[in-house]
Design a protein. Structure first.
Length: 367
C-alpha cells in the first residue's frame, strides 16, 4: 500500500514515528511523509521515505492560513493518491481529514493530546470542538493516546463510538531505552525534558526550585529542550537567559538523543498541564528513572503514585516542590524500586510494538 504520514513538523515524525515507519516499510508499504521542511527532513529521506513539503503554521489559528493548508493538502493528496493517510496532531487531523474526504481516501487519525484548549470554556474551545466533529465524521479510525481524551470526545459526541480506539501514546522502544546501573549522584539531579512553553509547567518548575533552595535542599536542576519564544505560550528568551545567569537552572540545550542526559539524572520531572501520553515520561520510565509529574490526563497514565514516581497537583509549585523534596530525600532503595516498577509498567503497557500492531490491523482492514 502507498501510505502517507502527515504531521506538523518533520522533527515530530523523526522523533516519534520512525519505529512505525520502519515497521511499515518492512511490511512492504511505500511510505510518503508530508510535513514542513526543517532540520530533520533529510533524515526522513535518508531512511527511505518520500517527502512532500507543506506549509503549516502549527502555532495559531488563522482561518485564511488554515483554508490554504486544506487546499494544499488536497493538492498533495490528489497528486499522490495514497491508499491511506495517517494523520497526527491537530491541524493534519482536522484539515487533512477534510481534504482526504473530498478524494474519498481513508484516514487513520491519532489525537496526540488535547492540550489546554479543552480545559477552557469559550469561543476557541467551541470552534475547536466543531472542527473536530465536522472532520472526524469522515475518519476511518481515530486513535486516542489516553482514555480521558477518548471519553471527552465520546461524551461531547465529537466522534462515532465505533471508530474510536486507544493506543499507548507513540509507545517506547524497550530495546533502545534500557535501564542502566543505579548510581545516585553526589548532588541529587532533577531533569526536565520539554519544549520551553508554559503548558509544560516550566514556570511552576522554576518557582519550585526557588522554594526548594529557600528550604536548603541541595540539588541540581537541569532543563533539556528547545526554546520556543515565538509560540503563543512560549517562554521569552530573556526570561530563560535570566534563569541561566542566576543559576536557577542548568540549560542543556537540545539533542537528538536524550538517553545520556536521562541516564545521568536521578529523577525526571514533567509538571505539564495536560498530555496525550508524554514521550519524555515513557523514555524515563523505560530507563528505570523515578518520576515526578502532575496528576493530569496522560501523565497519570504513565506514573502511578508511589509506584514508579510521585504525582503532584497541577499548577501548584508548592506541591511540586514538596514532591521533589520527597524524592530527593528518598533512600536509594525507594529510588531503585520506583525505577524497576517504571520499567515493568513500560514492558506491560507501553511497548512500541503494541502501537505498531494497532496500525498494522488498521491497514489490513483497508487492504
Amino acid at each position: 500500500m502507498k501510505v502517507a504520514i502527515v504531521l506538523n513538523t518533520s522533527w515530530n515524525i523523526y522523533n516519534f514515528r520512525m519505529g512505525l515507519i520502519k515497521a511499515l516499510r518492512e511490511d512492504g508499504h511505500e511510505i510518503h511523509t508530508i510535513a514542513p521542511v526543517d532540520d530533520y527532513t533529510s533524515f526522513l529521506v535518508e531512511s527511505g521515505c518520500v517527502h512532500h513539503a507543506v506549509k503549516m503554521d502549527s502555532r495559531g489559528a488563522n482561518p485564511l492560513k488554515d483554508l490554504a493548508l486544506t487546499f494544499e493538502l488536497f493538492s498533495i493528496y490528489r497528486r499522490l493518491r495514497p491508499d491511506v493517510i495517517l494523520h497526527f496532531t491537530i491541524k493534519p487531523n482536522v484539515y487533512g481529514t477534510l481534504a482526504a474526504s473530498l478524494l474519498r481516501i481513508p484516514t487513520i487519525n491519532n489525537v496526540c493530546g488535547l492540550g489546554t484548549i479543552f480545559l477552557k470554556k469559550g469561543v476557541t474551545s467551541r470552534v475547536a470542538k466543531w472542527l473536530y466533529r465536522a472532520s472526524f465524521r469522515f475518519a476511518t479510525k481515530v486513535f486516542f493516546q489516553n482514555s480521558d481524551d477518548r471519553a471527552i470526545f465520546l461524551e461531547e459526541r465529537l466522534i462515532a463510538p465505533g471508530i474510536a480506539d486507544l493506543v499507548p501514546g507513540s509507545g517506547i522502544d524497550l530495546t533502545r531505552f534500557q535501564p542502566v546501573e543505579f548510581k545516585r549522584n553526589k548532588t541529587f539531579t532533577f531533569l526536565l525534558v520539554s519544549r520551553l512553553i508554559t503548558d509544560k509547567g516550566i514556570l511552576e518548575f522554576v518557582e519550585a526550585i526557588r522554594q526548594l533552595r529557600s528550604e536548603g535542599v541541595d540539588a541540581r536542576f537541569q532543563v533539556l529542550g528547545a526554546k520556543d519564544p515565538n509560540h503563543k505560550r512560549g517562554i521569552a528568551t530573556e526570561v530563560i537567559e535570566s534563569w541561566i545567569s542566576n543559576n536557577t537552572i542548568e540549560y542543556l540545550g537540545t539533542t537528538k538523543d536524550v538517553r545520556p542526559f536521562m541516564e545521568q539524572a536521578d529523577c525526571v520531572v514533567l509538571p505539564s498541564y495536560r498530555e496525550g501520553t508524554p514521550r519524555t515520561l515513557l523514555e524515563a520510565a523505560s530507563l528505570g528513572k523515578p518520576i515526578v509529574t502532575t496528576d493530569v490526563p496522560g501523565c497519570h497514565h504513565v506514573v502511578q503514585h508511589e509506584y514508579n514516581g510521585l504525582l503532584c497537583t497541577v499548577k501548584s509549585p508548592e506541591d511540586l516542590a514538596s514532591k521533589m523534596k520527597q524524592m530527593a530525600c528518598s533512600p536509594d532503595e525507594t529510588l531503585l524500586t520506583f525505577g524497576r516498577n517504571g520499567r515493568k509498567k513500560m514492558e506491560a503497557e507501553f511497548d512500541e510494538a503494541r502501537v505498531i500492531q494497532k496500525y498494522r490491523e488498521g491497514l489490513r482492514a483497508l487492504a
